[in-house]
Ligand binder design. Structure first.
Ligand SMILES: Nc1nc2c(ncn2[C@@H]2O[C@H](COP(=O)(O)OP(=O)(O)OP(=O)(O)O)[C@@H](O)[C@H]2O)c(=O)[nH]1
Ligand SMILES: [Mg+2]
Ligand SMILES: [Zn+2]
Length: 295
């Protein structure tokens, strides 16, 4: 048996990093019926008639559905001055990552063209919320801090189309994946990068380019649990009057007070309330649908 990590799914084979190179192998038919290997899986290869086949998948630490990838240690949410950041999407990504037990970074790219105050606006919302907040510029080759952060981990670069994820990966990994023109992307409304591929930077260090914003669906999150994924709220919620405080409408809420006096970020709190409302409405919709179907 030989161990390896799936780095890419090909049409009928799997590209598996086996340290000394990449092996393109088929999967055992039985295994394929039971569970489909995805990028990030650590697997065992078995020699059958002089050829290696993918024989077993080791237990997964976690599994993201969209994009399909397993055993992710770190999600680097990339933002840039252009396109205009979608902070609601950033918040949802942090909730999903937190729920899956995956660490996050918020990474500001294109610092070569940031207007005054842009970095401060991002840091005031995410420094201390994500596990790390940092600044880079793919265009200026200023990526050392990010490269260091990725070391020894399986990471995903996520973020809106055109923030420069592929440009960063090209810079860090010395590869040449396709980069799209911003105007072209907006016109086509399309992502340049499609499909998941783990690129190996160093031993045990892989990075995946995640096209567009994956995994924004919070369907597994109950509205009353949402605050559990906001570490900065959990930290002070012991001071709320109600033990089950959702920090939205309850009186004597420590979170709301902290927002009012500027200790917690107001923009992020408004979006928290919007997400809470969205989750509650989704639940009502689900209940109505169930009631209708059970009639
Ligand atoms: N000024 C500046 N432009 C950058 C930088 N990084 C990337 N760009 C430009 O931003 C545009 C989009 O870059 P991509 O790397 O294709 O963006 P992406 O995030 O991979 O986009 P998708 O694959 O569609 O999700 C290109 O025109 C890049 O040249 C940077 O650091 N500074
Ligand atoms: Mg790309
Ligand atoms: Zn509260």
């Amino acid at each position: 048996m030989l161990g390896g990590r799936v780095v890419k799914i090909l049409s009928d084979r799997f590209a598996v990093d086996i340290s000394c190179g990449i092996a393109e192998v088929k999967s055992r038919k039985k295994l394929k019926r039971e569970v489909l290997p995805v990028a990030g899986d650590t697997v065992l290869l078995e020699e059958v008639a002089g050829e290696y086949v993918l024989a077993a998948i080791e237990p997964r630490k976690n599994r993201i559905i969209r994009p399909p990838i397993a055993n992710v240690d770190f999600i680097v949410i990339t933002v840039a001055p252009v396109p205009e950041p979608d902070f609601l999407a950033v918040d949802k990504m942090i909730v999903n990552a937190h729920k899956a037990g995956i660490c996050t970074a918020v990474c500001v790219n294109k610092t070569d063209i940031v207007p005054d105050g842009f970095v401060a606006r991002i840091f005031s919302q995410y420094d201390g919320v994500a596990d790390k907040a940092l600044c880079v510029s793919a265009a200026h080759g200023d990526t050392a801090e990010l490269k260091e952060l990725l070391r020894g981990k399986v990471s995903c670069l996520a973020g809106q189309s055109a923030v420069g994820k592929t440009s960063l990966i090209n810079e860090i990994c010395g590869v040449k994946r396709e980069v799209g023109e911003l105007s072209e992307k907006i016109r086509r409304g399309k992502n340049t990068t499609v499909g998941v591929e783990l690129i190996k930077i160093a031993p045990d260090t892989y990075v995946a380019d995640t096209p567009g914003f994956g995994a924004l669906d919070l369907s597994g999150v109950e509205p009353f649990d949402l605050h559990l994924y906001y570490d900065e709220y959990v930290a002070i919620s012991a001071n709320c009057k109600y033990r089950m405080c959702t920090h939205t409408v309850e009186p004597d809420c420590a979170v709301r007070e902290a927002v009012q006096c500027g200790v917690l970020n107001g923009e992020r709190y408004s979006r928290y309330c919007a997400i809470y409302k969205e989750l509650k409405e989704n639940n009502v919709r689900k209940l109505r649908r169930n009631a209708y179907e059970n009639k």
